[in-house]
Design a protein around this ligand. Sequence first.
Ligand SMILES: NC(=O)c1ccc[n+]([C@@H]2O[C@H](COP(=O)([O-])OP(=O)(O)OC[C@H]3O[C@@H](n4cnc5c(N)ncnc54)[C@H](OP(=O)(O)O)[C@@H]3O)[C@@H](O)[C@H]2O)c1
Length: 393
Amino acid sequence: MLARDYDLVVFGATGFTGRLVADYIVQRRQPIRFAIAGRNRAKLDKTAAALGGVDVLVADALDAAQVAEVARRTRVVCTTAGPYAKYGSELVAACAAGGTHYCDLTGEVPWMRKMIDQHHAQAEATGARIVHTCGFDSIPSDLGTWCLQQECIARFGRPAAQVTALYTELSGAMSGGTAASAIEIATQAAADRETRRVLRNPYGLDPDPAAPRPPSPDVRSVSWDARAKRWTFPFFMADVNTRVVRRSHALAGQPWGASFVYEEKMASRSLPAAVGVTGALGAFAAAMGNTHLRPLVARLLPKPGEGPSKEARDRGRWKLRLYASVGADALTYVAADHADPGYGSTAKMLGESALCLAQDTLTSPGGVLTPSVAMGSHLAERLRSAGLTLSPD
Ligand SMILES: NC(=O)c1ccc[n+]([C@@H]2O[C@H](COP(=O)([O-])OP(=O)(O)OC[C@H]3O[C@@H](n4cnc5c(N)ncnc54)[C@H](OP(=O)(O)O)[C@@H]3O)[C@@H](O)[C@H]2O)c1
């Protein structure tokens, strides 16, 4: 590892999120050997200059030899080149084979399933920590649940058998890469029965997705939550986040018990808002699943490279409240930030994940891991220092 040229390379740094992440890392002024990578030399040079002058590596994500060279030259790769099912597989393969730590922003469950099946065993052998979902999906859910359970164990002597996570505030916008990733998943799901099977399985990212587990149906309707005193309804990223939390629990050897259940929803005091959003999400999912309507929806969404302005990003915010009961005791934990979830907060979360993999003395093994399993308390501390709330209510 010490013989490598760089500590950290941001791959896809010319894209909308990649530029934000690279800028975040440069602004942190850490003593690391840093470079950016991508396919287009002219765009990379411009980005490198805007970052104040950093090294540039040129590699096409679809060229196995070129990405293997990037993975060979650095200790950590942080990639924002998505949709990941389209552009991500060679880089994961190269990192797993070369013992290079890796983090990304994917929320593409079928692709993650593929990466687990193809590379987990090899990454375990080489010691490469391959960490998907290091952005808004799924760090608040995954690290929030882990922190909450640590707090339950410290206060009550045991973890909670059930955690309910409610997004009580959410304001943000979408970039072209995220839109492209959503379209990519919908296109695959429409064409492929196996993709639909993975997406439907609440334990679709578990090491053994067919192992017996407690029922955890995805939330599809509106209901009243007496504890939160709010109406709850489906959260559009829950089908990713719930799978990641469950994978964390399974990878850690089920420390919260074989019957542990995690659910995640949106929450509002307004019943009309809850019903309206539930209806809109259903209509969006139906349109994305329809071969004729999908291209029409795609036309309305931002294009690759586009995303919310700085002003819009600065107006964003989010708050996740995680509820647990242990016997007669109850504990609520909050994960929150005053920044756009998908870009402001995500740049912070992915940037700190990359720095954590590059700088911290982690004890996790290699493998296709989750943020909490790979980085746990190290990442939690970093995010708190970066301004995220991650604490008991
Ligand atoms: N989890 C979260 O919270 C979260 C938040 C934000 C984004 N995301 C995900 O992050 C990904 C990126 O989103 P974005 O909006 O930043 O996308 P974007 O602006 O379209 O950027 C995509 C990047 O990938 C690069 N790329 C594309 N094809 C390539 C290839 N063959 N070889 C090398 N590089 C290639 C592009 O390079 P060029 O500049 O040369 O085209 C660009 O740098 C998406 O998958 C999105 O879903 C997740």
